[in-house]
Write a protein that binds this ligand. Structure first.
Ligand code: ATP
Length: 230
């Protein structure tokens, strides 16, 4: 369960998030939409504890995380838009860093867990820097999932992935939600957004809930403020 209230974030004098509010229950996936540059990545990085908000509260499973990095570390997994990999290291060594050296848990996930589902075992000895964009994305997702966090935050998870891999991630997300996880994602793809049972549009720094299941035209219309009559 995620409860976000009063989140503000500015870059210099430019306010990107202005009293943003949202909630996401266990077992649900919440989607964030909005025009390019409206602040979705900023919001997700704040929800993941990577960027500090100027103000506001982020409660994960009832615990305040804002200002408490240990709560984010224990409870939130983040798949950023840019991959967080150590490019000179092999896939195996990248994973080991994320599994904090726990070889047994890593082995288990490579055999039966998310890493297996994402096809990581076949690339273990390759250098991360030499993988294709889609393979790096799969590895980044497997790394984020290593902590078995109850909150999963994904910034455009399907970007650069082939159809088969998008489907793999959809299946993983479904089982993650069925097991009581909470997910927040941002995407520009209708298919990914169809996995979300709730949608919010980010506009002028604020989040507004909109009906899930809107078509592309209505979604795009929601990105812009309604015009006031002359
Ligand atoms: N570190 C930063 N310093 C200053 N401005 C920034 C920084 N990061 C992002 N911005 C600006 O803040 C605004 C929001 O950026 P952000 O990446 O959060 O948007 P977005 O909605 O995720 O965009 P997109 O849909 O294109 O990925 C943009 O105008 C961007 O240029």
């Amino acid at each position: 369960m995620l409860q976000v209230s009063g989140i503000c974030k500015s870059y210099g004098k430019r306010r990107i998030l202005d009293q943003a509010e949202l909630s996401a229950h266990r077992g649900t996936c919440v989607g964030i939409v909005g025009a390019n540059g409206c602040g979705k990545t900023t919001l997700l990085s704040v929800l993941a504890g990577v960027r500090k908000p100027d103000r506001g509260s982020i409660r994960i499973d009832g615990q305040e995380a804002s200002g408490h990095p240990a709560v984010f570390a224990a409870k939130a997994a983040y798949v950023p838009q840019e991959n967080p990999l150590m490019e000179e290291l092999t896939v195996r060594d990248n994973l080991l860093l994320w599994y904090k050296g726990s070889k047994s848990r890593m082995k288990e996930d490579l055999e039966h867990g998310p890493a297996a589902l994402l096809g990581i075992p076949s690339m273990l000895e390759r250098r991360a820097g030499k993988l294709s964009g889609g393979m790096k994305k799969r590895l980044s997702i497997a790394c984020a999932l290593s902590g078995q966090a109850p909150l999963l935050i994904m910034d455009e998870p399907g970007a650069a992935l082939d159809l088969e891999c998008k489907e793999t991630i959809r299946q993983y997300l479904q089982s993650y939600l069925e097991n009581g996880g909470t997910a927040v994602l941002t995407s520009h793809e209708m298919e990914e957004l169809s996995m979300c049972s709730r949608l919010y549009v980010l506009r002028d720094g604020r989040l507004e809930e909109i009906p899930a299941g809107l078509g592309p035209k209505e979604l795009i219309a929601s990105f812009h403020p309604p015009k006031v009559g002359i």
